[in-house]
Design a protein around this ligand. Structure first.
Ligand code: PMP
Length: 427
């Protein structure tokens, strides 16, 4: 049993010594002390079904024994900088990761986070093309450093940042977007941005396959292929941000972009890649990777042996436990059950997503799509009281993000939906 400081003591220290900008979910913040696969345990030993942590950090399940074993073995052997000496942990993981990529996407740069990965990807695109202009999507989240905050496109995540050449195109959002599900129409907007907002030559385009922070927004069908074509003819590179949609989460494919039938020039990843260990990566083709030889490029810990040992173990677990198939089967089942709830409750405006990356949007009026933010918070709070943790997102804070570890079962899916149903029936 847990014998450490109480939640109140932790909260007091957090208030005194940690960033005043830290936020926490729930009216009574949750103090978790243990994790096992899809479950978290609080300081009193109470169990919670974690239907959100899959994106925050964990893809194989909390404390997966194979991943822990790899981390501990490597930590016992050696932990060092990535750069200075040879290490098989690093090169083996790079090889394994490259083997999951289509085409000639074979060169891997490691970083410590998703922000760093996207910063590097943007820089590479600019170096390769000699252009500055980047196009990203409204409602996107790509990170919080100078360049990536420019690419991020939700005012609540942006401080006083210089946009530095980033243009934001219309979001191809089938639920709230002006052109509904017409991907080609949104793609025309990208063409317009290129024609009327740049010299006609651009550095590149960055987007997620399914927007995560943005509220599990799937891009309208046909959008990405049309946009990739426009970007290529303007000389730009296409960057796929797989920080959330990657690593088998969408079920039908290993990478989110694959379900759009496109092949990017650069792919970025983080979060689930190390099952909770800080790690990120940029993968590109050799010809593009070459630009980083023009100067010295160095990242002390990006891809250090302990983190890459975790990464390699994650790839093996995904394969060994058929987690992609599981994401597809359980995710499709869960989505069907959530659609069942939509038929029952007027407040659910939309259910969307693929595999184990699902969103449920709450609106007070289905016609007007008025965001039901307070109700979302209430349901989230009450579900936690009943032992189920879900995430929240979307610009208006009215979308449930359901992104569990990929070991989630049908029974877990039933429990989640039943709990949501009970909470909503009492509203
Ligand atoms: N890209 C996407 C799609 C993300 O969701 C995030 C994090 N929410 C990032 C990039 C940034 O990753 P990190 O927080 O590891 O810097």
């Amino acid at each position: 049993p847990y014998t450490g400081p109480s939640s109140e003591e932790i909260m007091a220290k957090r208030k005194q010594y940690l960033s005043p900008s830290l936020f926490h979910f729930y009216t009574n913040p949750l103090h978790v002390v243990d994790g096992r696969m899809q479950y978290l345990f609080d300081a009193n030993g109470r169990r919670y079904l974690d239907a959100f942590g899959g994106i925050a950090t964990v893809c194989c399940g909390h404390c997966h024994p194979d991943v822990i074993e790899s981390i501990v073995n490597q930590a016992n052997r050696l932990q060092h900088s990535t750069v200075l000496y040879l290490s098989n942990a690093i090169s083996d993981f790079a090889e394994a990761l490259a083997s999951k990529m289509p085409g000639n996407l074979k060169v891997v740069f490691f970083t410590n986070s998703g922000t760093e990965a996207n910063e590097l990807a943007l820089m590479i695109a600019r170096l390769y093309t000699g252009c500055q202009d980047i196009i990203s999507l409204r409602n996107a989240y790509h990170g919080n450093a100078a360049g990536t905050m420019g690419a991020t496109a939700q005012s609540n995540w942006k401080f006083n940042v210089v946009q530095s050449g980033v243009h934001h195109a219309l979001n191809p959002d089938p639920y709230r977007g002006v052109f509904g599900s017409d991907g080609e129409m949104y793609a025309k907007d990208v063409q317009d941005v290129i024609q009327f907002g740049t010299s006609g030559h651009i550095a590149g385009f960055i987007s997620e396959a399914i927007q995560g922070v943005g509220g599990i927004v799937e891009l309208a069908p046909g959008y990405l292929p049309a946009v990739y074509k426009a970007i290529k003819s303007a000389g730009g590179l296409c960057i796929a941000d797989e920080v959330q949609a990657g690593f088998a989460r969408t079920g039908s494919h290993f990478w989110g972009f694959e379900s759009h039938d496109v092949v990017p020039d650069i792919v970025t990843m983080a979060k689930g890649i190390g099952n909770g260990i800080p790690l990120g990566a940029v993968v590109t083709i050799p010809e593009v990777a070459e630009v980083l030889t023009r100067r010295s490029y160095f990242n002390t810990f990006g891809g250090n042996p302990v983190c890459t040992a975790a990464g390699l173990a994650v790839l093996r677990v995904i394969e060994k436990e058929n987690l992609q198939e599981n994401a597809l089967v359980v995710g499709s089942y869960l989505k069907k059950r959530l659609i069942g709830l939509k038929d029952k409750y007027e407040i659910i405006g939309d259910v969307r997503g693929r595999g184990l990356m699902l969103g449920v949007e709450f609106v007070t009026d289905r016609q007007e799509k008025t965001p039901a933010k307070a109700e979302t918070l209430h349901v989230m709070d009450q579900m936690k009281e009943m032992g189920v943790l879900v995430g929240k997102g979307g610009f208006y804070g009215n979308v449930f993000r359901i992104t569990p570890p990929l070991c989630f079962t049908k029974e877990d899916a039933d429990f989640l939906v039943d709990v949501m149903d009970i909470v909503m029936s009492k509203m």
